[in-house]
Write a protein that binds this ligand. Structure first.
Ligand code: GLY
Length: 345
């Protein structure tokens, strides 16, 4: 087991990688705890949730909306949860987003911790305190940044994930490697078969590497005023693709990373060989989606992106495998690159 600590100006968040998920029960206050989960996780693990009240949401992105937050808040109130209460989230990115947001606003904030059950949430979403819901077709428009007290990443939980859900998480792992850890990239490349067979020891080590990197970034820039922006590699195009096509987050981000890598190559930031390695790795896991989003649809979605200020956007390029860089570029350049790329492919 590896413990990674994130220290921010106000809080300390401990990420336990390779720990059994049931350990969470020893980390809770004696009273006032509720579990927020989704129907899939509840079906698989609910019989071990002890006697804690459970509120289960529908799995999937459609649950990331204000109505769900409001209805859960009403249930917490009915349950008698006060300011000393504790929300234990058990699930993937959507559950952590919803439960984390609720914990940060219910009675102006109560304590929370996560059992992170998907690869996507273990390598990325559950670390760093971002939470939130969508506003119509605009992703993560309403939310806060607030650190959970702990996150448990149990590799055994990854064994029950549906194939597409598992692959979706690999995209965020590859993202970390491209922007910050060349050794991790090499490791993923040489271990692709073992990754696909979900070797638990290997997964613990890969998740720990990703969390360690993210922990350093978040400890330095919790509120994304600088360094943390690099974690958005692939996400400008990716969020638009996700909202347009309704595909899983990781597949959309992978397609966004293909575009961001090709854009980086066009700008002379990455050489042909490294660019090809990135695209090959994304293809190895069959992560890249067909790009059927039109220029106008992309424009509408990118114009709503949180990373945009005025007519410019903080866009993340790769400057070689293991190095992400952020540049403020005109939104029109991002849209025009997409047009050129689609015309050629
Ligand atoms: N998923 C990107 C971040 O947490 O900043």
């Amino acid at each position: 087991m590896e413990k990674i600590t994130i220290n921010t100006s106000c809080c300390r968040s401990e990420i336990l990688v390779g720990e059994k998920w049931e350990t969470a029960f020893g980390m809770l206050p004696e009273k006032g705890v509720v579990i927020i989960t989704d129907d899939n996780v509840n079906r698989l693990y609910g019989n071990k949730f002890q006697k804690i009240p459970v509120f289960s949401i529908k799995p999937g992105e459609a649950s990331k909306k204000l109505e769900v937050i409001e209805s859960l808040a009403a249930k917490l109130l009915e349950e008698g949860i006060d300011r000393s209460g504790f929300i234990l989230a058990a699930g993937g990115g959507v559950v952590c987003d919803v439960a984390g947001f609720l914990a940060s606003i219910y009675m102006r904030g109560i304590r929370c911790g996560y059992i992170s059950s998907t690869l996507l949430s273990q390598v990325d979403a559950s670390t760093g305190g971002k939470n939130g819901v969508n506003l119509g077709d605009t992703k993560n428009m309403l939310g806060t940044i607030r650190q959970p007290e702990f996150v448990i990443c149990d590799p055994e939980m990854l064994q029950t994930l549906p194939g597409q859900e598992y692959l979706s998480g690999l995209a965020e792992l590859i993202k970390t490697a491209i922007i910050g850890d060349k050794e991790l990239f090499d490791h993923i490349e040489r271990s692709s078969d073992q990754i696909l067979s979900r070797n638990s020891g290997l997964l613990t080590s890969l998740v720990a590497k990703s969390v360690r990197f993210k922990g350093l970034v978040v400890s330095e820039d919790e509120f994304e005023t600088g360094l943390r922006r690099i974690l958005n590699f692939g996400h400008t195009y990716g969020h638009a693709i996700e909202m347009h096509k309704g595909v899983k987050h990781g597949f959309a981000v992978a397609s966004g990373m293909e575009l961001a890598t090709e854009f980086s190559f066009e700008k002379g930031l990455i050489n042909y060989e490294e660019k090809s390695r990135i695209i090959r790795l994304l293809n190895r896991f069959e992560l890249i989606e067909e790009l059927d989003i039109s220029y106008d649809q992309l424009e509408k979605l990118v114009l709503h992106d949180k990373k945009k200020t005025g007519s410019e956007i903080h866009f993340v390029f790769t400057n070689g495998i293991g190095k992400g860089i952020v540049e403020k570029v005109p939104v029109i350049d991002v849209l025009d690159f997409y047009k050129r790329f689609r015309a050629k492919n």
